[in-house]
Design a protein around this ligand. Structure first.
Ligand code: GLA
Length: 645
């Protein structure tokens, strides 16, 4: 449902002032130069998500028709089926749990008709503590849901059967806005929750032009998020609101025992800042139980490999395994959906009524070797080694240097004979490669150089391979996305990413209107083994199968942790660069000190060998600095960029 698109931004400072309370992001006086090396790893560390969170969430299974019996029933099924012991720990309540905000003190009241254990001494004396205690006693963890604005998604986009907050306008303001400290203290300290998902409908569904707002049902809130228009979305304001929330979480849980899930559907360029604000951030609008929509959600993370890592994960939304086109009659699709989420390090949050799960579906969700791909401790998101509209090959470097996980994915409608090569795996040609089929949990015959898999439409193959890395004494940077942090991406003007699949809308009568358009910012971001615009990395005709592609005026950090001795790359302006006239200088810093620098390189210059000694260096910084200002984005390549021991 692209329910959130198509709204007018009314935001202007005067309006904010008139609304009272909302403060736009302050004008920034002297911002630090984004290209200036800091000498320190800049990614913020907080929360408890060293691995992608795993668990269950009520929304896809029940929407607001959640109740305690359904929740405990699914939790019990997670325990009984062995899924808990496989890592599914979080039991997350989504929208619908609230009755109202008590007046005048603002304490949140639980809807006890569906959560009877929350009943207290009086009708407005409720507590979810008993439920949380019960989940904890089952060795599970508990998650709650709120909204960053004053009101929530079910209020902004109600269905006929939605259980909505009741009472006066103020009583129905169940979101965190103006109640941040009060609500987080209640949820995390008094009730004992471990996880919070924070939606963003309060920032896009309650602008003054909305009929329900005009009718006086809700207080107006400016449309900071304009889902179908990145240029009208107030990126800094939204980021600041989520930043305040993160800071407040650190106050209520100073030991960092929380998980913070940002749910703003990939808007506001969250790709670029999610990592510093939350433990996971949605990259797209809501998933639906149909193939085409799953592709849309998946594509919104598939090229974001350099933006996630331990503690900080891209979130293509919760799983739909078990329903619609991923039900027990569609096990090929269900397996593919699950394998794709695994290889891109997506959170594995089941969205299905597990009380009635057939064995075949529990076997999908509980496939131990697929889950292990997702939970590999190195936290490298799978990187595209081959891509087309029909077939993709993802390769994920695992913690063991000589092991990789692979998903070969037939997106199309025809059978494909997919050839997996040693080059895709960055393994040495002519050497033996061991292969294991992770769904069947059995070894396949070893191969050298290449092996072919026949894939039916929508089928995928998930493998673990073991071989001799091409770089025996080190690693390509594109094999270690978890160690890269994009400190500055060089993007001047945000552009919607055209690579993301655009399915027919289901929510609003299918083909009325002119169809969905690219809407999620991210086009032009840093990439592993690709240019920012999905071209092969190439310098003066020489192609690089390994390397980092990025725009000029960028700074990448690499967490070396003193484990390497030598950095090397062949650098230059990529042949595909839109800008051809300016020149770019490449600089390598180690813990803030300049270690190596290229001359200014233009489109006609041969690739330049840039080497630096990095023994003992903790943080390497790679700066590509444009000399002068071009009229189009300058695409640069750190070809074959590698760290050696
Ligand atoms: C939004 C979110 C969903 C779910 C609903 C609840 O649509 O993206 O995941 O939380 O709100 O209303």
């Amino acid at each position: 449902m692209s329910l959130k698109g198509g709204y007018q931004a009314l935001a202007c400072t005067g309006l904010f002032a008139a609304l009272g309370g909302f403060m736009p992001a302050p004008a920034v006086g002297s911002t630090p130069d984004p290209l200036e090396p800091t000498g320190q790893w800049m990614e913020k560390s907080f929360g408890s998500a060293a691995l992608p969170p795993m668990g269950w969430n009520s929304w896809n299974a029940f929407h607001t028709q959640i109740d305690e019996a359904k929740l405990i029933g699914s939790a019990q099924a997670i325990v009984d089926s062995g899924l808990r012991d496989l890592g599914y720990r979080y039991i997350n309540i989504d929208d619908g749990w609230w009755q109202k905000r008590r007046q005048p003190d603002g304490r949140m009241v639980v809807r006890t008709s569906i959560f009877p254990s929350a009943t207290g001494a009086g009708p407005e004396e409720t507590s979810l503590r008993p439920l949380v205690d019960r989940l904890h006693s089952m060795q599970l963890k508990a998650g709650i849901y709120s909204d960053i604005g004053r009101n929530a998604c079910s209020q902004g986009y109600p269905s006929p059967d939605s259980l909505l907050p009741t009472g006066t306008v103020a009583e129905r303001e169940v979101g965190l806005y103006d109640h941040l400290a009060q609500d987080l203290t209640l949820y995390f300290q008094e009730w004992g929750f471990d996880y919070i998902k924070v939606d963003g409908c309060g920032l896009n569904a309650f602008s003054a032009d909305k009929p329900a707002v005009k009718a006086g049902q809700f207080r107006a809130f400016p449309a900071l998020v304009v889902s179908d228009s990145i240029n009208q979305t107030r990126v800094a304001d939204i980021r600041n609101l989520y930043g305040r929330l993160r800071d407040e979480l650190m106050r209520v849980r100073p030991m960092g025992d929380f998980v913070f899930s940002i749910c703003n559907w990939g808007t506001a360029n969250v790709r670029a800042w999610g990592r510093d604000y939350g433990n996971l951030w949605r990259t797209s609008d809501d998933i639906e139980p149909r193939w085409a929509r799953m592709l849309y959600n998946f594509d919104s993370v598939a090229t974001r490999e350099l933006y996630s890592g331990p503690g900080h994960w891209n979130d293509p939304d919760m799983l739909y395994v078990g329903q619609g086109e991923f039900d027990a009659n569609h096990l090929t699709e269900a397996r593919t959906h699950f394998a794709l989420w695994s290889i891109v390090d997506a959170p594995l949050l089941i969205g299905y009524d597990l009380r009635q799960a057939p064995k075949a579906l529990l076997e999908v969700l509980g496939a131990p070797e697929i889950v292990a791909v997702n939970q590999d401790p190195a936290g490298n998101q799978g990187v595209l080694a081959y891509t087309s509209d029909d077939l993709q090959i993802f390769v994920k470097q695992l913690a063991a240097r000589d092991e990789k996980a692979v998903v070969i994915f037939n997106r199309g409608t025809e059978q494909v004979n997919a050839v997996l090569t040693a080059a895709h795996l960055k393994f040495r040609p002519g050497t033996t490669i061991q292969v294991r089929d992770l769904w069947r949990r059995r070894d396949l015959p070893a191969f050298t150089d290449e092996v072919t898999f026949a894939l039916a439409p929508r089928e995928s193959v998930t493998l673990r391979v073991k071989g001799q890395p091409l770089l025996a004494d080190g690693m390509y940077l594109s094999e270690m996305p978890a160690r890269l942090y994009v400190a500055a991406d060089g993007i001047d003007a945000l552009q919607a990413d055209p690579q993301i699949h655009r399915p027919v809308n289901m929510g609003d009568g299918t083909t009325r209107g002119s169809g969905p358009r690219p809407a999620l910012a991210g086009w032009g971001g840093a990439r592993a083994d690709s240019t920012p615009y999905n071209n092969e990395l190439r310098l003066r005709g020489k192609a690089y199968t390994s390397g980092i592609g990025v725009l000029a005026n960028s700074r990448l950090q690499v967490r070396a942790d003193g484990q390497f001795n030598q950095f090397s790359a062949q650098v230059g302006m990529d042949d595909s660069s839109l800008e051809q006239r300016t020149k770019v200088r490449f600089e390598v810093y180690g813990d803030g000190r300049l270690l190596a620098r290229s001359p200014a390189l233009g489109a006609m210059d041969a690739p330049f060998d840039l080497d630096a000694k990095v023994a003992g260096v903790k943080t390497i910084e790679l700066v590509a600095r444009e000399m002068g200002k071009g009229s189009a984005p300058a695409v640069v390549a750190w070809g074959a960029a590698a760290l050696r021991h």
